[in-house]
Design a protein around this ligand. Structure first.
Ligand code: GUN
Length: 280
C-alpha cells in the first residue's frame, strides 16, 4: 500500500473527547443537549445507523429519544410527531432517518422540521444558508469529510476537487464546502462524459456514488487524496465503499478506508450539531 491511511475512527475519537468536555461544561449551566431520532420502517442499514447514533449520544452525555414507527405510518402521523418534537423543550435536534418508505413525502417531512432543530441541515433554509456561507449547521457527512481533510493536513485551497455524485445529502453540499475552502470544484454524475478523464484531474477525489468499488485505479491521479463516502455490500456481503480500495491505495497519496473512514465522522458531526443547537 502506497497511500497514507486517513483514520476516521481516530479523528472521530479525538473530536468526541473534546465534545464530552463541552457537554460536561454545559451540564454545569443546567443544559443537556437532546436529540430525537425518528425511523420509519425496518430497513436494516437504517436500523444500524440509528443504533450507532443512540450509542454516540450515550457516550457523550447527550439525551436521546428514539421513535421507531411502523412502515405503514401515514404522512399525517409522521408530521404530527415532527410537530410535537418541534415544540418539545428538551429536544434540540431532530433527525428523521432517510430514506423513508415510498408512500411518504420526504421533502414535506424535511420542510416540517424546525430549521433551528434541523441537525441534518437538510431544510431548505439551512441549505440556502450554506450556499451563502452563513450557516449554523453543516450537513454531517460533508462536514465530516472536511474535518478529515483538515486532520490529515490536506489543503483544499487552489486544488482540483472532483466530487462524484450530486445528491442533496452529500454531493451538492460537499461541493459547496470545498468551494468555501477555495477549491476548484467539479461535480460528476451518471451523465458525465469521459468520467475517468475528469476524475484523473483531481487532487482531491470524493466518491459519493453508492456503487460498490466504482472508483478504479485508472480513475485516480497518482498521489491524489481519495475520500470514500460509500457504504455498500460487495458480492460476498462484506461492507465496502465506492472505491476499489485494494487497487486505488497503490495509486493514491492518501485514502479513507470503509469502514473506519467517513462513517464514524458523520455521527460525530451530528453530535456537534446537536450540541450547537442546545447552545442557542
Ligand atoms: N440516511 C443516510 N444518511 C443520512 C443522514 O445523514 N441523515 C439522515 N437523516 N438520514 C440519512
Amino acid at each position: 500500500m502506497n497511500a497514507k491511511l486517513i483514520d476516521g475512527k481516530a479523528v472521530s475519537a479525538a473530536l468526541r473527547e473534546q465534545m464530552k468536555a463541552e457537554v460536561a461544561a454545559l451540564a454545569e449551566e443546567g443544559i443537556t443537549p437532546g436529540l430525537a431520532v425518528v425511523l420509519v420502517g425496518e430497513d436494516p442499514a437504517s436500523q444500524v445507523y440509528v443504533r450507532n447514533k443512540e450509542k454516540a449520544c450515550e457516550e457523550l452525555g447527550i439525551y436521546s429519544e428514539k421513535y421507531l414507527l411502523p412502515t405503514e405510518t401515514t404522512q399525517e402521523e409522521l408530521l404530527t410527531l415532527v410537530d410535537k418534537l418541534n415544540r418539545k423543550p428538551d429536544i434540540d435536534g431532530i433527525l428523521v432517518q432517510l430514506p423513508l418508505p415510498g408512500h411518504l413525502d420526504e421533502k414535506a417531512v424535511i420542510a416540517a422540521i424546525s430549521p433551528e432543530k434541523d441537525v441534518d441541515a437538510f431544510h431548505a433554509q439551512n441549505v440556502g444558508k450554506i450556499m451563502i456561507g452563513d450557516y449554523k449547521f453543516l450537513p454531517c457527512t460533508p462536514a465530516g469529510v472536511m474535518e478529515l481533510l483538515h486532520a490529515a493536513q490536506i489543503e483544499v485551497k487552489g486544488k482540483e476537487c472532483v466530487v462524484i455524485g450530486r445528491s442533496n445529502i452529500v454531493g451538492k453540499p460537499m461541493a459547496m464546502l470545498l468551494l468555501h475552502q477555495h477549491g476548484t470544484v467539479t461535480i460528476c454524475h451518471s451523465r458525465t462524459r469521459n468520467l475517468a478523464e475528469v476524475t484523473r484531474r483531481a487532487d482531491i477525489l470524493i466518491a459519493a456514488v453508492g456503487k460498490a468499488k466504482f472508483v478504479t485505479a485508472d480513475m485516480v491521479k497518482p498521489g491524489a487524496t481519495v475520500i470514500d463516502v460509500g457504504m455498500n455490500r460487495d458480492e460476498n456481503g462484506k461492507l465496502c465503499g465506492d472505491v476499489d480500495f485494494g487497487a486505488v491505495c497503490e495509486v493514491a497519496g492518501a485514502i479513507t478506508p470503509v469502514p473506519g473512514g467517513v462513517g464514524p465522522m458523520t455521527i460525530t458531526m451530528l453530535m456537534k450539531n446537536t450540541i450547537a443547537a442546545a447552545k442557542r
